[in-house]
Design a protein around this ligand. Structure first.
Ligand SMILES: [Zn+2]
Length: 343
């Protein structure tokens, strides 16, 4: 199995975000990339550089004005008198009919959902290459690999078609799924990150050609709050093609695996012929987010369950934050997946 990652993905270096109103250091640190890369190599994966597929795979799921915003806003922001070093929003259209603004402060509020996705000088380059790693992982599977691992840092599943949020800018899992769809495949996305994959859900919410399944902590008490509830099943043509499996805070391996089993039954019923796994490792009991209580052995069981689906699989890194266990948890997951899948 290959691990796709590019050095430029390290350059995004977010400084702060607001948590309960308090200014905190961002946990989405460049060192995550090193810990995860080391973990993938320790599992025996082969390092591979992503190819540059250009803007087309990004534009399948993201709007033109958002992609333009991401690539230009840092320089525009720096030209504002008194501007902060990072682009951080402070005013939003707030669920009311609104006019797309010309001013950089207005566009920041339009395209950034929260303060957890500050844009610095190297953010665009990092998120661009993170997305190219996802496309390269998907392409590897299209070319016949049983599985591939895209080390996507920055992560992606909280990014909407036209909006960043929750440390995410480009929706790598959604981009991978759209790339597979464009090649004539029928993808299912299974998200095992601690947090609900709200951006991914929204991207495919009214579509029947991509199944989205997410196992996560109940959003009644956790980010992203507004999405991730069991009653959100899709709309229009997409009705029945989104499945949320929220778990009570503190849930451990058994409830997580039970929920995943329900999700994988949906994948089989959907007739998926390729799987995209939004692979967060922040459900770990010792993750800084401290939301669920999955153990390292639990990650192995999750990996085996995903491998037993028996489909070509793109593993796309999502969350999982710095602790001594992060890299080792990835090693355990990838080793268990590879052993079960014969990959
Ligand atoms: Zn997460």
């Amino acid at each position: 199995m290959k691990v796709f990652v590019d050095e430029r993905q390290r350059e995004h270096d977010p400084q702060h975000f607001l948590n309960r109103g308090a200014r905190r250091p961002s946990p989405e640190q460049p060192a995550r990339l090193d810990a995860l890369h080391k973990g993938a190599i320790a599992a025996g994966l082969d390092a591979a550089a992503p190819a540059d597929f250009g803007m087309a795979p990004l534009a399948r799921v993201h709007s033109a004005d958002y992609l333009s915003f991401l690539s230009t806003i840092y320089e525009e922001w720096q030209a504002l008198p008194g501007a902060s070093e990072e682009v951080v929003p402070n005013v939003h259209p707030a669920r009311r009919p609104a006019t797309y603004p010309a001013h950089p402060v207005g566009r920041a509020g339009w395209h950034q959902a929260d303060t957890a996705c500050p844009i610095g000088p190297h953010t665009y380059s990092s998120v661009y290459w993170s997305a190219q790693s996802a496309v390269s992982g998907a392409d590897d599977v299209l070319e016949g690999a049983r599985a591939s691992y895209a080390l996507c840092r920055p992560p992606g599943h909280h990014a909407f078609a036209d909006m960043a949020g929750g440390f995410c800018f480009l929706n790598n899992s959604g981009i991978a799924a759209a790339h597979l769809l464009a090649a004539g495949r029928r993808p299912a996305i299974v998200d095992v990150d601690l947090h609900h994959g709200n951006g991914t859900q929204a991207m495919f919410y009214d579509r029947a050609d991509v199944l989205t399944v997410s196992v996560h902590i109940d959003p009644d008490s956790f980010y992203p709050f507004f999405w991730g509830h069991a009653h959100e099943r899709g709309e229009g043509l997409g009705a029945g093609y989104n499945l949320n499996l929220p778990l009570p805070q503190g849930s451990g391996d058994v409830p997580f695996l039970d929920a995943l089993g329900i999700g994988l039954e949906q994948v089989a019923g959907f007739g998926a012929d390729v799987l995209v796994v939004a692979l967060g490792l922040d459900a770990y009991h010792d993750d800084p987010f401290a939301g669920l209580s999955v153990t390292r052995d639990g990650f192995c069981r999750i990996a085996e369950a995903l491998a037993r689906v028996g489909l070509p699989t793109v593993l796309v890194q999502e969350g999982g934050y710095l602790s001594e266990a992060l890299g080792d948890n990835l090693t355990a997951f990838l080793t268990a997946f590879g052993a079960e899948a014969g990959a």
